[in-house]
Design a binder for this molecule. Sequence first.
Ligand code: UGA
Length: 397
Amino acid sequence: MKIAVIGTGYVGLVTGACLAKSGHNVVCIDKNQNKISDLKKGIAPFFEPGLSELLSNPNLSFDLDFDEADIVMCCVGTPTDSNGEVDLSAVNKVIKKHAHKGEFFVMKSTVPIGTCDKIEHPNVIMNPEFLRQGNAIKDTLEPDRIVTGVQNQESHQVIKDLYEPFNAPIIFTDLKTAELSKYAANAYLATKISFINEFANFCEKTGADFKKFQQSLKYDTRIGPEFLEAGVGFGGSCLPKDLKAILNQADPQDFHVLKGAEKANKIQKQKIVEKLKSQMDLRGRKIGVLGLSFKPNTDDMRDAPSLDIIQSLQQEGANVACYDPKAKSEHNTCKNPYEVCDKSDALLILTEWDEFRGLDLKKARSLMKGDKLLDGRNIYEPDEVRAAGFNYLGIGL
Ligand code: UGA
């Protein structure tokens, strides 16, 4: 099948590369000339493990435009404004410019419920994307499930053919239900994270053993072990955005749980700064920060908790020195973790990069002025950190 994928962001580029790997003939389209020139040379516009290796596939090409395809896939961004209003201008441009060039038009962008019903095309398919940044290739090649909203039998068949090599259960439904399934998955994950963060805070207050408590939940097969890591709050370009968007579409008296999840996430970021503040006056202090990206294995800084936390630290009068292995951020000025530690009064872990797990804690401590280590992602064994001479603080610990 000839597939034209419009938009070379995380969803478009990873989907295109994986469909090409599975044997389809894919052209990835983007209006940005520089991006297309780089992609033709095998240079990815962002860091994603395993992606660069897939770009040289002969089934995969890159271009500014195309003439026709069996399937046109819309993979452009759908950002929200501060009220949660979804900006569909990029999606609408794709529909106008490209939809008619394909026999089937597949919407992969996350769009408000009812958007696909309005598209004038004989074969509209809503096929939401569930890949995670940092794990995107595996998530795409080995999906838990494929959700597809279709309008007719022809679309049903084309989806079966398209995803045949992926060997995953396919849920066929209508357009609206497929649109909702994406928002609901992200809203649930966000809720699960806020749930564990709030219980972590409660463990701290009551003296309950958070790690054992967390284990007791993870072993319950109805709850499951994933997305139960307490931390500095969820970020990224999806969970916060999609929570806002679903709340924006709903009536004000609906979705109390989701409103709570959003509020708890805001508070969680403030709590990190309060925790440090309870230990020392932050004015004039140097706070070393390890990790800036919203999660490991990505350079993405969109809605990263580090941004709010650093801003609050600076408002409290602290000086901040940061290191992240990949983050594209103006704050990422130190060359390595030890430069961050140099004469720092406290060390703050905000992203759980593997590199930080292997930190020489004794060396880090010897370079620092103060002894506080706030492990915002619970990556260390508290006793090991204490043995290196630190005063350890964790989340829920
Ligand atoms: C999320 C969803 O997980 C994907 O299924 C979805 O396709 C994607 O959004 C999207 O809509 O495009 P992503 O934003 O890449 O994926 O990252 P997640 O792995 O979901 O992490 C989001 C945030 O939650 C990160 O800041 C992470 O640190 C935090 N998190 C995650 C926790 O604090 N605790 C956890 O246990 C898990």
